[in-house]
Design a protein around this ligand. Structure first.
Ligand SMILES: Nc1ncnc2c1ncn2[C@@H]1O[C@H](COP(=O)(O)OP(=O)(O)OP(=O)(O)O)[C@@H](O)[C@H]1O
Ligand SMILES: [Mg+2]
Length: 243
């Protein structure tokens, strides 16, 4: 199972499913039926029928939001966008959870529901790993990975520490629902969120200035003064307060 080969797209009624070639379509459809139709959960871990070491699959379900009007539902939906993000990141060699399948249901062109399934990575999110054992290398890994993402001219959109898994030797990126191509604005937004989420870690949080200096050594140049990024990160931390 993996993204090495392009996903194969199939239509089943109103549902479009894109599935890695070595993943069983009937099983995927069953996952859709169980997790999109029947349950109200957002994230589920399911056991796959494959015995190749990637038995657990993380299924993320998107449902229609009441606040979204017709125009919003006609546009690219969040599941499709996140799946395209996993593909874009993997194509550039960035360490993401492998995308195994994804799907969406549209009725008269309007978004109803979606699903993104990735291989389960045996690692906890960096904010949780750091809270258990404050190891600076976890933070360095997240900073270096954000720098690599930006060098690839992509932005994560929500690179809080909870969206990097503490895998070794490098962290793994997840939660690509807000990814984009890089712009000065999205670069600053990414840095604001990474630094602001680190400042919210319990105990002795890492030094935001040192994180920004580390980023500056390998990442693309900043579109504004470092002091402005730090001020925005401080504000984000004050207003949001969660890692
Ligand atoms: N492929 C994966 N392997 C291991 N754990 C995962 C994987 N995908 C998601 N998770 C776990 O599920 C959590 C939620 O996933 P994700 O961040 O994609 O959804 P979310 O709705 O944006 O959640 P949040 O708002 O908490 O960021 C992650 O923080 C992580 O703990
Ligand atoms: Mg998340």
């Amino acid at each position: 199972m993996g993204i090495e080969q392009p996903l194969v797209t199939t239509r089943i009624g109103r549902i479009t499913l894109a599935v890695a070639p070595d993943v069983n379509l009937a099983w995927v459809y069953g996952v859709w039926e169980r997790h999109v139709r029947a349950r109200r959960t957002h994230i589920a871990i399911v056991e796959s029928p494959y015995g190749d070491g990637r038995r657990r699959v993380v299924v993320k379900v998107y449902r229609r939001r009441k606040a979204h009007g017709i125009l919003r539902r006609l546009l690219e939906d969040r599941a499709t966008h996140e799946a395209r993000g996993y593909e874009a990141f993997a194509r550039r060699g960035l360490p993401t959870a492998p995308l195994l399948f994804w799907g969406r249901e549209r009725r008269f062109g309007l978004f109803c529901a979606g699903l993104v399934a990735t291989a389960h990575i045996e690692a906890e999110p960096i904010h949780a790993a750091y809270a258990r054992q404050p190891d600076e290398r976890l933070i360095d890994g997240a900073v270096d990975l954000l720098s690599a993402i930006h060098r690839a001219e992509l932005c994560h959109g929500d690179p809080r520490l909870r969206n990097f898994l503490a895998s070794r030797p490098v962290p793994t990126v997840i939660d690509l629902g807000s990814w984009s191509f890089m712009s000065p604005r999205s670069q600053v937004r990414d840095l604001t969120r990474l630094l602001g989420s680190a400042a919210a870690l319990p105990g002795a949080p890492p030094d935001m200035r040192a994180m920004l200096e580390r980023y500056a050594r390998t990442g693309p140049s900043l579109p504004c003064a470092a002091g402005r990024v730090l001020a925005l990160a401080n504000r984000y931390h004050r207003e949001r307060g969660a890692p």
